[in-house]
Design a binder for this molecule. Structure first.
Ligand SMILES: [Fe+2]
Length: 299
């Protein structure tokens, strides 16, 4: 089912074009969102009217972006800043111990502070300089293929709202903590940025089975990836780096940390809500990039 490739043919759709110009981007306006109730009942803020209003307001800024292409900064409240301070502060020490070195450098390169929620606009500017990656604010969940295909344009869709104060260590949906602490720093690495673009490229031309495989690859790398480093193992997955519980668990005795086997990974079913019993360790980002290139070339 080659749904995309037949209709969209821009210079972005190759495995060797790492420079995406603004004119190569599809219109953000046309983005399709998953048709779900605005806030699931398991969301800690589901019954908090003021929280829902605030989240809707921040989401409306993303809608505005899709019309204008300009990212509006969020004037985060003191309460929101406190959620960031709490989570970022808790993760700091753990990162020093467990995070991949490039991730630690990236936080510094992006000018991260544990005291202040970073704005998408400033991180977007810096990423563009470093690896040509972009950030685009979104107001909700985007269907898998649509979400991944934006990566082929070296563009990461990112939420701006923040989790509920009652459970600062947990969120059932992506929020600015997960995006900024987990995902965004990883795009400062050229090989990882290229790899992400390859996944996006794959999503555009994949049939349904291949799309599922890409989803698993994304899960076990972008979200929950581990890497060999200096004779040990370090974390680079966003789901690990943005959660104290996940990060501690990943290095605990209950987890089997296996060497990365591509075939095994793309066939490994996972449960979204559970802590992961098996994680995979890559030897390098370049290895991941090249093995994924071969796989997508086989589509
Ligand atoms: Fe994520």
């Amino acid at each position: 089912m080659l749904t995309e490739i037949a209709t969209i043919d821009t210079p972005a759709v190759t495995l060797s074009n790492f420079r995406i110009a603004d004119e190569d981007l599809p219109p953000f306006r046309d983005m399709k969102f998953e048709d779900i109730e605005q806030l699931h009942l398991d969301h800690p803020g589901a019954n908090d009217e003021a929280y829902r209003k605030r989240r809707d307001y921040i989401a409306s800024l993303a809608k505005k972006f899709r019309e204008t292409g300009i990212i509006t900064d969020v004037d985060y409240t003191e309460e929101e800043q406190n959620i960031w301070r709490y989570v970022a502060g808790q993760l700091e020490e753990l990162h020093q111990q467990r995070a991949s070195q490039f991730y630690l450098d990236a936080k510094r390169d992006l000018g991260f502070s544990n005291d202040r929620i970073p704005q998408l606009s400033e991180m977007n500017r810096r990423l563009k300089e470093l690896t040509g990656f972009r950030l685009a604010p979104i107001e909700g969940l985007v269907e898998t293929r649509a979400f991944l295909r934006w990566l082929s344009f070296r563009t990461m869709l990112s939420t701006q709202y923040i989790r509920h104060r009652s459970k600062p260590e947990y969120t059932p949906e992506p929020d600015i903590v997960h995006e900024a602490i987990g995902h965004i720093p990883t795009f400062t690495n050229k090989n990882f940025a290229d790899y992400s673009q390859f996944i996006g490229h794959g999503a555009r031309i994949a049939n349904d089975r291949q799309l599922e495989e890409l989803g698993r690859l994304y899960w076990f790398t972008v979200e929950f990836g581990l890497k060999e480093e200096d004779g040990g193992i370090k974390a680079y997955g966003a789901g690990l780096l943005s959660s104290v519980g996940e990060l501690e668990h990943a290095f605990g005795d209950e987890v089997e940390r296996r060497p990365f086997d591509f075939e095994e990974v793309i066939n490994h079913d996972f449960t979204y809500s559970d802590l992961q019993p098996v994680l995979y360790v890559i030897p390098s980002y370049n290895f991941l990039k090249e093995i994924t290139r071969k796989y997508i070339e086989s589509f």
